[in-house]
Ligand binder design. Sequence first.
Ligand code: UT7
Length: 328
Amino acid sequence: MPNIKAKFLGTGKALPQKVLTNADIEKMVETNDEWIRTRTGILERRVTSREEATSDLAITAAKEALANANVKAEELDSIIVATCTPDMVFPSVSCIVQSALGAKNAMGMDVSAACSGFIFGLATAKSFIESGQSKKLLLIGVDTLSKITNWQDRSTCILFGDGAGAAVISAEPGDAGILSVYTASDGTQADILKVPGGGSRNPICKEILDDKSYTIQMDGPEVYKLAVTKMVEASEKALELAGKQASDLKLIIPHQANLRIIESVAKRLKVREDQVFVNVQKYGNMSAATTIVALDEAQREGRLKRGDLVELVAFGAGLTWGASVIRW
Ligand code: UT7
């Protein structure tokens, strides 16, 4: 049996048309552009309209990835969607995507790991491919956090945006592909970042609509500290699993939540500025979509060429965190 790897054949992305600038948010809550820029690095973000759902973005990104990979939807045997903002409780977003693409030979399932979702999806993709269960799969990272944001809470509403990224990943002989994935969780810290209402613990009712507990609640400074330490830990573990060092990386793509978090992680890993991909200024935190949208942009901008080593790393609610080293 030759050395089979989970290789990226193509990527795509989708962003809502509507741009929400810091100046727009200044009109909604007591904040200002300077505070948002200096504390987060975010200048603007994209938000879906009332009619646009998570699957709409996922389907557009998926079509672009399939075209980029030159793969037909019928060739897919699996569709994995990482999201914490599905269209509805069920069916899964992956089944909605499967139908829209006509990917009739693919099974579909969603992965729930909040902002770390795409990394957890990579762990699933690697296992599916290396075990022989899957030959060609579509992995999507997509979220529409704007739908579960409290637009009157200035400590959270400045941070988030909507978007989707998709990758066609195939079983291929050779050295290119997912070299390692490290994933971790700590449910004891679940309370620092959560959406407490609207699930089976506190089903939708008038009180939940009134107190807005169906929206994101976050202890920002605590999440900030853990995001830095856990993303450093995950980056180092995934590099170790791949037998590589940070200096070997052409690019590191950290979860795009806050520029200051990205800079702290980069400093602790001792990577150069030109090794770090940043697009948080344009999109804010798109949750499961951040690393795959950035990966798509990096290779289209020529910052990633075949044979280069790239590492993705993320941290999110759960808590969950993880990283993956990929030979492009
Ligand atoms: O994927 C994981 C998801 N989340 C994250 O990674 C986010 C992690 N956390 C963060 O990025 C940062 O904690 C924030 C950007 C959310 C907040 O920045 P901070 O430097 O930690 O500020 P803070 O929460 O300590 O607040 C400092 C001050 C407070 O005022 P006082 O108590 O010092 O008078 C806040 O009330 O800034 C105030 N503040 C604001 N002021 C203007 C909080 N939000 C705003 C705002 N505009 N939007």
